[in-house]
Ligand binder design. Structure first.
Ligand code: HEM
Length: 421
């Protein structure tokens, strides 16, 4: 594959580029007032696209999301392979903060549409990551067809998710042959990336649905502070973190003995669009909210403990002899101790997609979780939560997806090369 160098978005406009750069420095200074100087400085830089694992999984979770799934509209294997090559080249450029194509946004021939749509001109890479995954329908479509000759390569772990109690899934916000997760600290950079990949896909793929997210709802590194979800609770305290290298091999990355070969070093992504009935939640007392989660709202500490990262004591009882962390609290039911040791790397985002016409916010959590085997991790955990979690009174799962995300892309390779080998 020929890799094109692309055009630096920030060098492009000369003096205007410099003005934007000053603006970025101003942003850094503003954030530094909040005492996050080092993080602010890092937030504009690039994240390496190539490597052993795909970026955007253990990468410290960025602040913004644009997630899209695509349906493949061609039956031609060659067309899909060409698209994956073109997407990979574009993804490598965009994550490096460059325009796509040979001429980019403004230097091409005046008669032709620009190769790059241009709204990221002048913006830094802003830690953009692009992560690809393949859904079950990529391997066998709804009619049972093996469109691309890859049916035999479908991983056993890429199961169709079962129906969970309470699921109210909208088919138009579920599934998809291919998913691309764009994360960045700048929403415009994330949107630009998905828009340009969708544009490259015209004639081969169509966007099935897309979801914007703001405000990460997890931390994936111990260097990050724990953010809050729209229930106002710290989220991501007991998450798998990039520093847990041994655990990541056990819980996150597909190992050689798991197979198939093309998935080694990869991971399975489950996406769930979870609507929150915010208005009901907001009329619930503080003590009830804390009992539902099992943690204090201010500190994030497990009930009965003082600090966020204190170990949860599931045996501790209150003066009435009831467990301090209730039997049906979210953190008890989701904890590895009650799920055969299963853990997840959660990487979700808050969303508010306006209101629903009934005076309620269309808001919630776009749940994204990576794992080594969904049959042992997401599925049993969600079955338990769907059955008993007291939080269910305030949430509804309205969209769903499962995707096999291959291992990292070595330089000179492309997304899915081993799958199509
Ligand atoms: C809108 C839906 C959800 C909300 C608001 C929510 C919120 C929370 C909060 C506040 C915590 C405690 C902080 C932490 O340790 O991260 C937590 C923990 C956790 N949640 Fe959720 N969650 C939701 C859905 C889910 C789903 C669907 C799953 C998986 C099927 C899940 C799995 C977990 C796990 C594994 C933990 C860590 C438990 C532990 O080991 O202590 N959550 N969640």
């Amino acid at each position: 594959m020929t890799e094109r160098k692309g055009i630096s978005r920030r060098g492009l406009l000369g003096a205007a580029g410099a003005a934007v750069a000053t603006g970025v420095a101003g942003y850094g200074a503003h954030s530094a007032l909040a005492g996050e100087e080092s993080q602010a400085a890092d937030n504009t830089g690039p994240v390496e696209f190539h490597g052993k694992h795909q970026a955007g999984i253990v990468t410290p979770a960025q602040d913004r999301l644009h997630f899209a799934t695509f349906d493949v509209t061609t039956n031609k294997r060659d067309a899909v392979v060409s698209l994956l090559k073109e997407w990979t080249a574009a993804a490598a450029l965009m994550t490096a903060g460059r325009d796509i194509g040979q001429y980019g946004a403004v230097n091409g021939p005046a008669e032709a549409p620009p190769e790059d749509t241009g709204e990221a001109v002048g913006l830094p890479p802003a830690r953009l990551t692009l992560t690809i995954g393949f859904g079950p329908s990529f391997f066998i479509d709804a009619k049972g067809n093996d469109r691309f000759g890859i049916k035999a390569k479908r991983p056993a772990a890429l199961v169709d998710l079962p129906h969970f109690i309470g699921d109210n899934l909208d088919p138009n916000r579920s599934g998809g042959d291919i998913a691309i997760q764009a994360c960045s600290d700048d929403p415009q950079v994330a949107v630009h990336a998905i828009r340009n990949l969708a544009r490259i896909g015209f004639g081969t793929t169509s966007v099935r649905y897309s979801q914007l997210g703001f405000g990460r709802t997890s931390s994936t590194s111990r260097a990050q502070s724990t953010p809050r979800n729209l229930f106002g609770f710290k989220d991501g305290t007991n998450n798998l973190k990039l520093e847990d290298t041994d655990k990541l091999e056990q819980q996150l990355w597909v190992q050689p003995e798991d197979g198939p070969d093309w998935m080694v070093g990869g991971s399975y992504l489950v996406s769930r669009r979870i609507r929150m009935t915010i208005e009901t939640w907001d009329r619930t007392s503080l003590s009830e909210q804390e009992a539902i989660v099992g943690r204090g709202k201010g500190t994030g500490a497990p009930l009965g403990k003082a600090d966020e990262f204190d170990a949860i004591d599931f045996e501790a009882k209150n003066s009435e002899g009831e467990p301090k962390v209730a039997k049906e609290a979210h953190i008890r039911l989701a904890h590895p101790q009650f799920n055969n040791g299963a853990e997840l790397l959660r990487r979700g985002y808050n969303f508010v997609d306006g209101s629903d016409g009934l005076g309620r916010l269309d808001a919630g959590l776009f749940f994204l979780a990576y794992q080594r085997d969904p049959r042992k991790q997401f599925i049993p955990i969600q079955q338990q939560l769907a059955r008993s979690d007291v939080m269910n009174e305030y949430i509804r799962h309205v969209g769903s997806g499962i995707f096999a995300c291959p291992g990292g892309v070595p330089a000179g390779s492309f997304w899915g090369e081993k799958l199509f080998a």
